[in-house]
Structures are given as structure tokens and as C-alpha cells.
Design a protein around this ligand. Structure first.
Ligand code: GDP
Length: 294
């Protein structure tokens, strides 16, 4: 089920309330169950779905006759989904007049390297002078990819073909660009195909060596129910302060995004909407939930 499908199933469930002569407990249960199933199929975590359905129920149960229950249920679902996306605190955002260091972490293939350039371009448009550092020595070709992306959009970059220690590269890159008065230094880190201790240890070392202002967890939106565990694992090894969800242009179901916020207790700041460097949107929870609901 892709993003809009969830919406049509939820609105379908609410529409069916229409056909019930009275919206009694039975009709409400059927409706809430349908919504629950739709959310679970969209990869929203079970625990979150349970909380949502119980809150939606509460919002209508005590209503006297005469209220438009359909409308209230719809509003309650919207409200609950938005609340799930609210991390309760804003993310760090780069400020001018100082060196901002931002480190991106995530599994291999999640879109980290692509996102580094997108993030840099976003802030260049706002008047920043960004630079990229490739601290990924694990994947052959990682530096070439970053170099190619950065060259295309004329953003300075740093990396090495010979140094095998990512910490050394990260420190040198950050020092070099800080000396050159770049106000936004973006650190691309390595990934692995799966969650491995070696990866998390590397993230810990990189963070300790470069002391980033912000660590962004980059997550592929198509990973589904695995989102929760993955986000938790990254949060344990790195002080994640924000989330970027990639590939929402694909077959994303969207539910993983909710899990990532819940697990990292960090806000989503951007969405990756395609392979091109400008396929990047500032995250807005209202628009996202509307999209999720079709
Ligand atoms: P990394 O291993 O995490 O650095 O991932 P890459 O940046 O190399 O991206 C892996 C693949 O995903 C590449 O083919 C990218 O072009 C693609 N990709 C990254 N972000 C997006 C996105 O938002 N949408 C789509 N459709 N593809 C993306």
C-alpha cells in the first residue's frame, strides 16, 4: 500500500459510517478497526497504531448525539498522525557567522551521499558556504560518488583514496574547511548493509572526533517495519538530532517515518523526493499527513 492508498482506506472506513443508521459502539469499532488495519499495512508500528485507535475512540465515545461523528473521527485521525510526527523539540538549524558541522548517518543505500549534496544545496540557496567531507572508507567508490555529485553543483569537497581511517579524514576535512571559513561542513559517513556493531562504533568515534552540531539519521522510506529498530540502533550509538526520510517518490508507505520520529525522538527535517540534487523538500507535518491520507 502506497501513501495515497492509506488515505482512501481511512476515508472509506469513515464513509462507511455514513451507511450506519446510528453510530453506536459497534459501528465505531468496525470503523476504528479498519483504520487500524490500514495503518498497520502502511507500516506504522503496532504500538503507535494502538495508541492512535484508543485516542480516536476516546474523542468520539463521550459525544452526545447530534455531533458529526464522521468529521470528528477524521479530524482525530489527522490530529493523532500529526502528533506522532511531532518530536516535541525543534531540530538544530545551521546559523550564519559560525562553523556548523553536520554529520549524516544511515545504512548503506539509504541515500546518505545523495542527501549530503541536497542538504548543501538547500543551505547554499540560503546564503551559506557549504563544503562536503567523505568519511566513508568502507564502500569502494564512495569518495568518487561524492566527488562527482559535488563537482556537478560546484561545492568544495574533501576525501582520500589512500587514507583508510575515516576518523583521520573527517578531522582533516573539518579542519581544512573550518580554516577556509566555510560555515557549513557536511560529513558523509559510511554505512553497512545491516546494523552492525562495527558501524555504530565508527559513528561513535567520528562524532567524538568532530563534535558535530547535528547528527542526522537518514532513512529510506521503503524499509517499512524495520524503521523502528534501525532508528533505535542509530540513536543508541549517535546523538541523533534530526531525521531525513528519502525515496518518498518510490513505493513508500510512509508509516516508517512515524516510527523513526518515535524511536529517535527527533523531528523529520527534510524529505528526499527523487534522485536529482534538487529533489528535496522541507518537511512539513501537515502536508505529509495530508499526503499520507491521500
Ligand atoms: P548511500 O549508500 O546511503 O550513500 O546512498 P546513495 O546516496 O548512494 O543512494 C543510493 C541510491 O538511492 C542511489 O541510486 C540514489 O540515486 C538513490 N536515491 C537517493 N535518494 C533518493 C530519493 O529521494 N529518491 C529516489 N528515487 N532515489 C534516491
Amino acid at each position: 500500500m502506497v501513501l495515497g492508498e492509506l488515505g482512501s482506506r481511512i476515508s472509506g472506513a469513515i464513509q462507511r459510517l455514513n451507511t450506519a443508521t446510528v453510530i453506536d459502539d459497534k459501528a465505531l469499532t468496525i470503523c476504528v478497526n479498519e483504520i487500524t488495519h490500514a495503518l498497520l499495512q502502511a507500516d506504522v508500528q503496532f504500538k503507535l497504531v494502538q495508541a492512535l485507535s484508543s485516542n480516536v475512540r476516546k474523542s468520539v465515545e463521550k459525544l452526545a448525539a447530534g455531533h458529526d461523528k464522521r468529521h470528528i473521527i477524521q479530524k482525530a485521525v489527522f490530529h493523532e498522525l500529526r502528533a506522532m510526527l511531532d518530536a516535541g523539540k525543534p531540530s538544530f538549524t545551521p546559523t550564519k557567522g559560525r562553523t556548523n558541522v553536520v554529520m549524516l548517518v544511515g545504512l548503506q543505500g539509504c541515500g546518505k551521499t545523495t542527501t549530503c549534496t541536497k542538504y548543501a544545496l538547500h543551505y547554499r540557496k540560503k546564503g551559506f558556504n557549504p563544503a562536503l567531507v567523505c568519511a566513508d572508507t568502507f564502500r569502494a567508490g564512495a569518495f568518487d560518488q561524492l566527488k562527482q555529485n559535488a563537482t556537478k553543483v560546484k561545492i568544495p569537497f574533501y576525501g582520500s583514496y589512500t587514507e583508510t581511517d575515516p576518523v583521520v579524514i573527517a578531522q582533516e576535512g573539518v579542519r581544512k574547511f573550518a580554516d577556509a571559513k566555510h560555515d557549513l561542513i557536511i560529513l558523509d559517513t559510511s554505512g553497512r548493509h545491516k546494523q552492525e556493531n562495527a558501524l555504530f562504533e565508527e559513528m561513535r568515534q567520528l562524532a567524538a572526533a568532530t563534535n558535530p552540531d547535528l547528527i542526522i539519521f537518514v532513512m529510506d522510506s521503503s524499509i517499512g517495519q524495520a524503521a523502528n529498530d534501525q532508528a533505535l540502533a542509530f540513536r543508541e550509538s549517535a546523538k541523533v538530532g534530526a531525521v531525513i526520510i528519502t525515496k518518498i517518490d518510490g513505493h513508500a508507505k510512509g508509516g516508517g517515518a512515524l516510527s523513526a520520529v518515535a524511536a529517535t525522538k527527533s523531528p523529520i527535517i527534510f524529505l528526499g523526493t527523487g534522485e536529482k540534487a534538487d529533489a528535496f523538500e522541507t518537511f512539513e507535518s501537515k502536508a505529509f499527513v495530508s499526503r499520507l491520507l491521500g
